[in-house]
Design a binder for this molecule. Structure first.
Ligand code: GLU
Length: 468
């Protein structure tokens, strides 16, 4: 037995739009599988459809992958740039008698189909040129067709779908080169995958039918067929194929909604793949665990609640500095004003208190409002109500007591509890006015957390502002 080849996977998007959720998931699976096996993950842009391919779409795909941290190995490969090589393979097959020149005109093919339909026979085109003597070839335009096997079966051995058998009499002599000599897409994919050394083709199962036709080319060239891994498409919550109607957006839209990349990766990995009952896992775990056996046979359903839930868990457990960086990137992606240095420092100090229970970055920033805002703090409507005359009087009495207290949690708690008792009330009654004074909001992180993050000077200044 020969040594197994090192794993090589590829993501092969057509640059006709943004990186949609399904594409991002395909890229992720290929990336995880390659990384798991210490293999190579290649990126090929399938830009042969010149009318529909745009550089903007390529950029959007690269941006989406960069956001998700799906780094590819080597240069980005353009399929269009390799057209000569694709044609060369067709010519090789022609020279070896595994392909032939077909001079049939469109009218002849249409007539063939019509007659077949009338006779109730298969309308797959059977070209009379397949076995024609080259001496009889006219001086006329031709396409190059592969000689498809006529009997027997083709078995697609798929790591997810199992063995999928196609009767060869259902395959036609597929065109490899058009009349203008340009290669067709199906040929390009096979030649590229072969030349790139791709060992595992992981892609959506909408390409399963293509695999049978692609195998003809592998067989004719005597090339090793890669392991096929056709993953079920993603469905919406209603069980129908995921579409824009379900709110399926480009990957970058999820960045703009403020989901952390790690949460998105975790969620995408769970869309169609599982590892026992694990829902939440880190990147390192995913790279360690990812296997083809864990890919499900039935379509996964897109579920925004689950994404939010995982996203929140990833935010809570993220490293503060990394989170800070990602939030900066998030703000830039949405076109929001960048944080000033002072805000950035404040956010960093507040991070341990605001990253818990925030499902997205906007939620986190909302919790951090108290540190991002500047004096004078403008209370919102609810907070204004907490700052009535009586409350302002209480804040005025409290302020001197905070001048000298040691600025730590225990001491602050003691002072505030004692003060509440002296007012014949509970600390809970003080919390509303304090939140309003410190953050201008009725819902905030804990009062003590805010005081500690703001520091004595700023806390006192805000209390005085509010009392005035
Ligand atoms: N370019 C194809 C697509 O975007 C993928 C082809 C393949 O993976 O073989 O759907």
């Amino acid at each position: 037995m020969s040594e197994p080849r090192p794993v090589v996977t590829r993501f092969a998007p057509s640059p006709t739009g943004f990186l949609h959720i399904g594409g991002a998931r395909t890229a992720l699976f290929n990336w995880l599988f390659a990384r798991r096996h210490g293999g190579t993950f290649l990126l090929r842009i399938e830009d042969t459809d010149r009318a529909r391919s745009t550089p903007e779409a390529t950029d959007a795909i690269l941006d989406g992958m960069a956001w998700l941290g799906l780094d590819h190995d080597g240069d980005v490969i353009s399929q269009f740039d390799r057209a000569d090589r694709h044609a060369e393979v067709a010519h090789t097959l022609l020279a070896e008698g595994k392909a032939y020149k077909c001079f049939a005109t469109q009218d002849e093919i249409a007539a063939f189909r019509e007659a077949a339909r009338a006779e109730g026979k298969s309308t797959l085109y059977r070209s009379p040129w397949r076995d024609a003597d080259p001496d009889t070839h006219p001086d006329a335009p031709f396409v190059v067709r592969i000689k498809a096997p006529r009997d027997g079966e083709t078995v697609i051995r798929d790591a997810v779908q199992g063995d999928v058998t196609i009767r060869n009499d259902q395959l036609d002599d597929m065109v490899l080169l058009r009349a203008d000599g340009t290669p067709v897409y199906m040929l390009a994919v096979v030649v590229d995958d072969h030349d790139m050394g791709v060992t595992h083709v992981i892609r959506g199962d909408d390409h399963l039918n293509n695999a049978a036709r692609q195998m003809m080319i592998y067989d004719a060239m005597g090339w090793d067929v890669p392991v096929w891994v056709h993953i079920p498409l993603i469905h919406g919550p209603d069980g129908k194929k995921l579409s824009k109607r379900h709110g399926a957006l480009g990957a970058e839209e999820y960045q703009k909604m403020g989901y952390p990349a790690a949460g998105m990766r975790n969620y995408l990995a769970r869309l169609g793949w599982s590892h026992g009952d694990d829902e939440f896992f880190t990147d390192a775990q995913a790279r360690e665990w990812f296997d083809l056996d864990g890919i499900g046979k039935s379509p996964a359903r897109f579920d925004l609640k689950k994404l939010e839930n995982l996203s929140g868990q990833h935010i809570a457990q993220a490293d503060d500095a990394a989170l800070q960086q990602e939030i900066t990137a998030y703000l830039a992606a949405t076109g929001a004003t960048a944080l000033k240095q002072s805000q950035s420092d404040g956010l960093m100090a507040a991070m341990p208190h605001v990253k818990e229970r925030a499902k997205t970055f906007p939620e986190l920033l909302d919790k951090a409002h108290f540190i991002l805002t500047e004096r004078p703090v403008t209370p919102d409507e609810k907070a204004s109500k907490a700052l009535d005359l009586v409350s302002r009087g209480i804040l005025t009495q409290l302020t001197p007591q905070l001048q000298t207290v040691t600025w730590d949690r225990d001491s602050l708690e003691a002072v505030l509890n004692d003060f509440a008792a002296s007012q014949d009330t509970k600390f809970g009654k003080l919390a509303g006015p304090l939140r309003a004074a410190l953050a201008g909001r009725a819902v905030t992180p804990s009062v003590f957390d805010m005081m500690l993050v703001l520091g004595r000077k700023e806390t006192l200044a805000r209390l005085e502002d509010a009392a005035a």
